[in-house]
Ligand binder design. Sequence first.
Ligand code: F0G
Length: 354
Amino acid sequence: MTEPQQPRGVLYRWASILPVTEATPRITLGEGDTPLVRSVALGALCGLDELWFKLEMCNPTGSFKDRGMVLAVAKAVEGGAKAIMCASTGNTSASAAAYAARCGIESYVLVPGGNVAAGKLAQAIAFGTRIVQIDGNFDEALNAARELTQKHPVALVNSVNPHRIQGQKTAAYEICESLGDAPDILSVPVGNAGNITAYWKGFGECAERGLATLHPRMYGFQAAGAAPLVSGKLVEHPETVASAIRIGNPASWSGAISARDESGGLIEAVTDEEILEAYGLLAAKEGLFVEPASAASVAGLLKLGRAGRLRGGRAAAILTGNGLKDPDTAARHYHPDIVVSDATVAGVERALGW
Ligand code: F0G
C-alpha cells in the first residue's frame, strides 16, 4: 500500500506564500503545477540558447486564470460572499464560473458582445453562470462590473482583486523551481496587464527568498490593434484576432509599466499576421496548440530574434490558453486537406495516393 496522494492545487502547494488562513476554504480543481517544456525548434529561430514554454493552457479550465481565480473565489467565500462577478474576454469568465460551480455560489459574467471565442462561451454556459453580453467592449464591461459590485453584494473577481495577482504569481515560483533559477527573459502576452504584474511580483519574491539569483527582463507583447501600453494612449476601439487581449485600457497599467522599467524589459506590439504566424509555428513545429493571444508571447520573441535583438540566453514564454477554446480562428487559419475514403485498406491507399 502506498500513501494516498496529497490534494493538488495552488492553495495546497503554495499556501505558505499566499494570504490563506485556517478559515480559507481549500478549494481545488487541481490548478497549477503546469509543465515547463523546452522548445525544439522556435528557440533557435529566435536566436536564443534556450526557450522554454510554460503550459498554462494545462490548467483545469484551459487557461492561466485558474491560478488566481482559485484564491479570489476562496477568499470571497471566506468573506461570506454568495455570488461573484467579472468582466471578461472569455477565459476569466470560464474560470470564475467553474470555481463558483465548485463552491455552490452564483456567478455573473459580463462579456463583450460578439467577441468571445466559442469554446470559452461554451464553458461559461456549461458551468451555469449568468452571462450578460454587453453592447460594448471589455473595458466598458469592466467599468460596469466595478460599479455593479460596489452597489450589490457580489464579489468582483477581475484582476483588480489583489487575490488574483497573488495566485497568479505562483507560476513564477514554479518556473524558478523547474529551471533552478529565473530565466533571463520572461515573455508574456499583455491584455489587462494583471499577468505581467503578477509574474514580476513573483520573480521579485523568488529573488528575495533565495529561489533565484536573477530577475528576468520582462517582455510583454500586445496586439498591434490593442496596444495602449506601447503607444501610451488609451485605445478606444481595440481590434485584434487575439480576442482575449482585445483591451484598450488595461486595469493594471502601472503594474505593467513598473514590470517593464524595473526589469529593464520592454512592451512592444505584434501584428495579427505575426500572431497567426507564431500560432501556426507553435502547432506545426512544437506540437503546441494555443489560442491566438498566447501566441503573442512567441510572436514577439520571433520578431525580436529576426531583428537581431536577442543574443542567446534563456527565455521562458507563457502559453496562456488552449487552442481548443477558439475553434473559429483555427477553422479560418487552416485549410484542411481532408480526403474521404470508404472503410477499406484499398480505399485508404487510393485516397492517400499510395
Ligand atoms: N492570454 C489569454 C489567453 C488571456 O485570456 C488573457 C486575458 C491574456 C493572455 C492577457 O492577460 O489580461 O493579465 O494581461 N484575458 C482576460 C479575460 C482579459 O477576460 O479572460 P492579462
